[in-house]
Design a protein around this ligand. Structure first.
Ligand SMILES: [Zn+2]
Length: 244
C-alpha cells in the first residue's frame, strides 16, 4: 500500500486494522512539509518514508501528533523532522517514557487502568520484541493552537474538545480545505469507552464551523464534511437514546 495523493499538496497513507495503525498524513508546503501523526512503530514510519521517497517527495520537516495514544505516537523516535505536540499530549508522553516494557509491567498497567486491553493486544502484534518500543517527548510543545507556515500553505493545529481524549488536536489546512481529526470523533477507550454526548456535540460544532471539504479520520477512509457531520449526529442520537 502506497501513499494516496489527494491534491498536489495533500497525501495520506491509509490506516491498517491488523495492528491498529492509524492513517498518516503528508502536507507539502513550498518550503516545508509536515507529517500528521507518527504512527505506531519504527516499521510504520519506515513504510511511510519509503512511499514518500517513491513519489520523489522530501521527508517531513515536522511531525504533528493528534493525541498521546500509542498508535499515533510510538513512531515519534523514528520519524524525520521535529515532532510537535500540545501540552497535554506531551505530559502523557513524558509519563510513558518511564513505562517498563516487560510482560509483567504491561499486565500490571492493565490492572491499574493505565493501559487498555485493545492497545496491549495490538502492541504485542506490532512489536516482535518489546525492546524495540521507544517513547519520546515532543521537540515543540504548544498550548491551545499553533499556526505553521509551510510556504504557500498554512497548517493550524488546534486542541479541541472531543469525546476521545482531552488532548485531541485537529490539523486544519484552510487553503486546501482539508482537516485531519485523529481519533477526536471516537469514544474514550481509556475511560470505560465513555462516549460523552456533550463533548461529542462540541466536536460536531467545531467541525460545522470549520471550513473544509474533506476530513481524514484516524482509523478509516477520508470522508466529506456533510457525511462526517451526518455520521457524528447519528452517533450522538444513539448515545442520547441509550442514556434516556
Ligand atoms: Zn486514540
Amino acid at each position: 500500500m502506497a501513499l494516496t495523493k489527494v491534491t498536489e499538496k495533500i497525501y495520506y497513507l491509509i490506516n491498517e486494522k491488523e495492528t491498529d495503525r492509524p492513517l498518516l498524513g503528508y502536507i507539502k508546503g513550498d518550503k516545508y512539509s509536515l507529517m500528521v501523526d507518527a504512527g505506531n512503530s519504527k516499521n510504520h514510519v519506515e513504510k511511510f518514508n519509503n512511499s514518500i521517497e517513491k513519489l520523489n517527495l522530501k521527508l517531513p520537516d515536522y511531525v504533528a501528533i493528534t493525541h498521546w495514544h500509542w498508535d499515533h505516537s510510538y513512531g515519534m523516535h523514528a520519524a524525520m523532522g521535529k515532532t510537535i505536540a500540545c501540552e497535554i499530549t506531551n505530559e502523557q508522553l513524558k509519563v510513558m517514557t518511564k513505562w517498563q516494557w516487560t510482560d509483567e509491567a504491561m499486565k500490571k498497567r492493565l490492572l491499574t487502568g493505565e493501559d487498555i486491553e485493545f492497545a496491549d493486544t495490538n502492541i504485542r502484534k506490532e512489536y516482535k520484541t518489546f525492546q524495540e518500543i521507544k517513547i519520546t517527548a515532543a521537540d515543540i510543545v504548544f498550548k491551545n493552537n499553533l499556526e505553521i507556515d509551510l510556504g504557500g500553505l498554512t497548517v493550524i493545529l488546534k486542541n479541541v474538545i472531543s469525546p476521545h481524549s482531552e488532548d485531541s488536536v485537529i490539523v486544519h489546512v484552510p487553503e486546501e480545505k482539508v482537516v485531519f481529526i485523529g481519533d477526536a470523533y471516537g469514544m474514550d477507550y481509556y475511560n470505560n469507552c465513555k462516549y460523552d454526548p456533550v463533548k461529542l456535540e462540541s466536536f460536531i460544532n467545531t467541525l460545522e464551523n470549520l471550513e473544509f471539504n474533506l476530513c481524514f479520520p484516524g482509523h478509516s477512509s477520508p470522508i466529506n464534511k456533510t457525511d462526517i457531520i451526518k455520521f457524528l449526529k447519528s452517533q450522538h442520537k444513539k448515545i442520547c437514546v441509550r442514556n434516556e
